[in-house]
Ligand binder design. Structure first.
Ligand code: AMP
Length: 313
């Protein structure tokens, strides 16, 4: 079973380096750093590092380690919350001796010497907690609990999304018995700077909504500059349309330097097949893609319209 194989590999290696996907969200960081804390508390002699680029809006959760290439030699690499190798933050994972994948996204790219993928889990942080309860003799502490709880809260939209199961709530209930500051965690995840709030106002004023229930938001470079919002920060905005009656699926087009990033969300129609068609992927109801012109954006919109029409039929 993967959990035993993963524990065995952790016991075998003295150096362990944990990665996650680019443009991290709370679950990517929570699972990555939560696993680091779990291993450190359970095996204090091991060297455990977390790598990737920091996102300034999430450094309240954890800051990444800076390590040189030679640390990767003979290291065990664990990659959390990342479906495909193209999205692994820090490509030096390839220098490691053994690779483990732990994820809850559809397994479109089954990489790694050991792989544990469970799409029924709300989050990868939930899987790390499952690893703790199933593996033998591991130690949970408040630092680990805080990170895993933050990851679960982030990926379930505060336990709102349908991915939230009885198990998710049970694990969350166990995690809150540890002594960490939940309010500080919620403030860190959900409080936004005033420029983000103003951009939210712009989005609420300008989103389109067609008769099938598709909403489209286009954030050009000009608009992003006007509100002083970086493309990375748009991650804090994409949920804005989730509470509007009549919207079944929505798409944000975000103009970056070299591409237009597509962020797709849905309340029913499966949209990750559209994402896959445009060099992307993700979950059935939350996915992303990359396109290279505003003409291509119109194709994405047409494909989404068709997907929603089929869902409504
Ligand atoms: P985002 O809009 O970046 O929050 O992404 C939503 C979901 O889609 C996340 O689970 C991502 O892992 C996934 N995702 C976003 N972009 C891509 C991509 N280019 N390829 C594969 N999955 C993606």
């Amino acid at each position: 079973m993967s959990i035993q194989a993963i524990q065995q590999a952790i016991e075998e290696f003295n150096t362990i380096i944990i990665h996650r996907h680019v443009r991290p969200d709370p679950d990517a960081l929570g699972s990555q750093a939560g696993l680091r804390e779990l291993i450190k508390a359970s095996y204090p002699m091991k060297q455990v590092y977390v790598v990737g680029e920091d996102d300034p809006s999430l450094t309240f959760m954890v800051e990444m380690d800076q390590i040189s290439d030679d640390v990767f030699e003979n290291a065990l690499i664990i990659i959390c919350d990342t479906a495909n190798t193209g999205r692994i933050d820090d490509s030096r994972y390839q220098l490691g001796a053994k690779i483990i994948k732990i994820d809850h996204h559809p397994n479109v790219d089954p990489y790694g010497d050991i792989s544990w993928v469970d799409t029924t889990a709300s989050s990868t942080s939930e899987l790390i907690y499952e690893f703790f309860v199933t593996a033998e003799g591991l130690t949970m502490n408040a630092a680990t609990a805080r990170l895993l709880y933050g990851g679960i809260v982030g990926d379930t939209g505060r336990f709102l999304f349908p991915s939230t199961t009885k198990k998710t709530l049970q694990y969350a209930a166990e995690l809150v018995t540890y002594d960490f500051d939940r309010t500080q965690l919620y403030d860190g995840i959900y409080n936004v700077k005033d420029h983000i709030a103003r951009m939210r106002g712009y989005i609420l004023q300008n989103f389109t909504l067609d008769s099938d229930g598709l909403s489209v938001v286009k954030l050009t470079r000009d608009i992003l500059n006007q509100f002083h919002v970086s493309p990375l920060e748009t991650g804090q905005l994409v949920g804005t349309l989730g509470e509007i009656d009549g919207i079944l699926a929505w798409v944000f087009f975000i103009e970056e330097e070299d591409q237009i990033r597509v962020r797709l969300r849905s309340k029913g129609p499966v949209i990750n097949e559209v994402a896959a068609k445009y060099r992307g992927g993700g979950h059935p109801l939350a996915s992303g893609a990359s396109i290279y012109s505003w003409d291509e954006a119109e194709h994405v919109v047409q494909d989404l319209k068709e997907t929603i029409k089929q869902f409504n039929r």
